[in-house]
Ligand binder design. Structure first.
Ligand code: SF4
Length: 383
């Protein structure tokens, strides 16, 4: 997927350094779920070493004012996307619903199947939802004007740089996310500043926009968004506890994984598409009206974000396999160690809706957290 976007830029490291040195800017940062299972590899630690606390400590040493987290925003995504899915299943409209958190997949849909864009969830990605909340809810909590906040996101791929520059990703007259850097660029920055990453203590993220559930952390692997959505959807629909939190049927290796999940009276048909090469056949069936699924997760990278193009580079195929496997295991281990493993039970998510958003799909959510997609087929044909 990486060649789709020619946005890899060492100049972005210089931009972050300049902003970090500017005392007039209030600097906030978020890291995608997949960064904390790969960053340590850049410092010689084994594949899949899990270092959320050291990552938070390093970001604090870099002088970010707030260490927030994309995982928190992933929990928000589940609240919004889960509610949207329930609504569509009940009404039978615009099914199947596709996830919309991978910008490479969204751009592919905009280019290859613009007539089906109303099947995508209207949710922004967790990165953009986080960006919008940091400059509104976060700005209010800190008493800072949105225009004085500079928002950096550390992401596993360069297409997130493209996503943050999309015209519609604006809040309060500002960019939601001002700059995206990759895992490799963050590692360069930490080394450049002489921070001894390996010996850093484990430090927490800032609250309330940095506390996450296990469900938020599994967005880093393919099938993770689906698993997180089912954990919450099951309980919102049935008002009963889901019998098993580990949903093995979405955790496989195949390019397309399908399942039927019994949720009360509803037999929810789901599919996970891991890799863009599998998606056109699915889109064709949706176009023909013969696609049997209610909900489809699509990630452009075959292993999900743990294998994104901005992650530590590995030249040998055998190394890549080991690294992806270790990073995936670390993501699931991180989830299993969390006290709260469902997005709707994250206390800071409950507080966010009570104090600021109101309810999922409410007016404030629509304004801040949902978006529209663009038909790029004509533009692509002409270029
Ligand atoms: Fe980026 Fe790949 Fe994750 Fe999509 S799946 S958001 S392209 S790293």
């Amino acid at each position: 997927h990486e060649p789709l976007f020619a946005a890899y830029s060492s100049g972005d490291i210089q931009k972050v350094k300049a902003v970090l040195a500017d005392p007039k800017r209030f600097k906030v940062v978020q890291c995608a779920p997949a960064i904390r299972v790969s960053l340590a590899e850049e410092f010689g630690l084994p594949f899949g070493t899990l270092t959320p606390g050291k990552m938070a400590a390093a970001l604090r040493r870099l002088k970010f004012d707030r260490i927030y987290d994309t995982n928190f925003a992933a929990d928000v995504t589940i609240m919004e996307e889960g509610s949207e899915l329930i609504g569509r299943v009940m009404s039978g409209e615009r099914l199947p619903m596709f996830t919309s958190c991978c910008p490479a997949w969204v751009k592919h849909a905009e280019t290859a199947a613009p007539e089906l864009l109303n099947h995508l969830s209207s949710c922004k990605s967790p990165m953009q939802m986080g960006g919008a909340l940091f400059k509104t809810y976060g700005a209010e909590l800190d008493g800072i004007a949105p225009a004085d906040i500079f928002s950096v996101a550390v992401m596993p791929c360069t297409c997130k740089k493209f996503e943050c520059s999309r015209e519609e990703m604006n809040v309060e007259g500002c960019r939601e996310v001002d700059l995206v850097i990759t895992t490799r660029e963050l590692a360069s920055l930490i080394k450049d500043q002489g921070i001894d990453f390996i010996h850093l203590p484990e430090e927490p993220f800032d609250s309330p926009l940095g506390k996450y559930s296990g469900a938020g952390s599994i967005f880093g692997v393919t099938g993770g968004v689906m698993e997180a959505a089912i954990r919450t959807g099951y309980e919102l629909i049935t008002h009963e506890q889901i019998p098993n939190l580990q949903l093995d049927f979405v955790r496989g290796e195949e390019g397309i994984r399908t399942a039927e999940v019994q949720i009360g009276d509803l037999e929810l048909k789901v599919a996970v598409v891991a890799g863009l090469k599998y998606v056109d056949a699915v889109l064709a069936k949706v176009g023909e009206g013969t696609c049997p699924y209610h909900f489809i997760e699509v990630m452009a990278c075959p292993e999900g974000c743990v294998s994104g193009g901005g992650q530590p580079k590995l030249l040998l195929e055998t190394q890549r396999k080991c690294a992806y496997q270790a990073r995936k295991s670390a993501v699931y281990r991180h989830d299993s160690h969390q006290k709260v493993r469902k997005s709707h039970e994250n206390p800071d998510i409950i507080k966010l809706y009570k104090d600021f958003l109101g309810e999922p799909l409410g007016d404030t959510s629509h304004h801040l957290l949902h978006t529209k997609f663009v038909d790029r087929s004509v533009k692509e044909e002409m270029s």
